[in-house]
Design a protein around this ligand. Structure first.
Ligand code: NDP
Length: 242
């Protein structure tokens, strides 16, 4: 069985992706600070008959990535499917945005995905098969008040993914981006009921998204059935950008 690594697989969207992919792949659940949650996800997969290991993978730290890949290569052979899901926000309007908040968000969301992809691609190139999925955001295409750093990081993922798609297509490695809209996770837990109602008014499908809405399309993009889809950005947003 092939092996999939989900960065930030410990919570929210990453957790749902790890659980869904476990029907078809061995799973590495990456976490940076939520060790207990990461291990819970892995044991849930094992209880349902899958194979999974939770590993610390801080995507801002090249050594942490290298250590994890050394373990994965020993126990699983390598990473065939990479879902770059780890992400953070540090919001503020431009005049108040601190340079550290800019750097931290770019370093986690964009550079973290670059580091992990570069490390993972070695095995995919050797085996002439691979799937890379980036979890961007509709904000990366539309911009958002108070999220210049986050929007820039998510827009950057689109350029990164499209370039990898062009470089790697001849080796049967696909690279695609999912751009979620508003999804119910810890990241959006700050939204008040009134704010949620305002968002729902702008949607064609009248509900906030669930992590499983993202997991379903990720599983398809990681399957053999999606082998002719690469370099794409697919919005999963209840129609907010339509
Ligand atoms: P959560 O805040 O619920 O989860 C974030 C995940 O990222 C956690 O598993 C966390 O792991 C991990 N993470 C954070 N920093 C690092 C790091 N340095 N190294 C490795 N992992 C890290 O967020 P969501 O589930 O909502 O978001 C998942 C992805 O989806 C993010 O990229 C986000 O930008 C994107 N997204 C979310 C939307 C939403 O509405 N929720 C909309 C559009 C995009 P740990 O706890 O172990 O640190």
């Amino acid at each position: 069985m092939k092996t999939a690594l989900v960065t930030g697989g410990s919570r929210g969207i990453g957790r749902a992706i790890a659980l869904d992919l476990s029907k078809s792949f061995n799973i590495i659940v990456g976490y940076s600070s939520s060790k207990d949650s990461g291990e819970e996800v892995a044991s849930e997969i094992v209880k349902s008959g899958g194979k999974a290991t939770a590993l610390e993978i801080d995507v801002t730290n090249a050594e942490s990535i290298e250590n994890a890949f050394t373990t994965i290569e020993k126990e699983y052979g390598g990473v065939d499917v990479l879902v770059n899901n780890a992400g953070i926000t540090k919001d503020n309007i431009l005049p108040r945005l601190k340079e550290d908040d800019w750097t931290d968000v770019i370093d986690t969301n964009l550079s973290g995905s670059f580091r992990t992809s570069q490390r993972a691609i070695k095995h995919m190139m050797k085996s002439k098969w691979g799937r890379i999925v980036y979890i961007s955001s509709i904000v990366g295409m539309m911009g958002n008040q108070g999220q210049a750093n986050y929007a820039a990081s998510k827009a950057g993922l689109i350029g990164l993914s499209k370039s990898i798609a062009k470089e790697m297509g001849s080796r049967n490695i696909t690279s695609n981006v999912i751009a979620p809209g508003y999804i119910d996770t810890d990241m959006t837990a700050f939204l008040t009921d009134e704010q949620k109602e305002n968002i729902i008014e702008q949607l064609s499908i009248k509900r906030i998204g669930k992590p499983e809405d993202i997991a379903n399309i990720v599983s398809f993009l990681c399957s053999d059935e999606s082998e002719y889809i690469t370099g794409q950005v697919i919005s999963v947003d209840g129609g907010i950008t339509s």
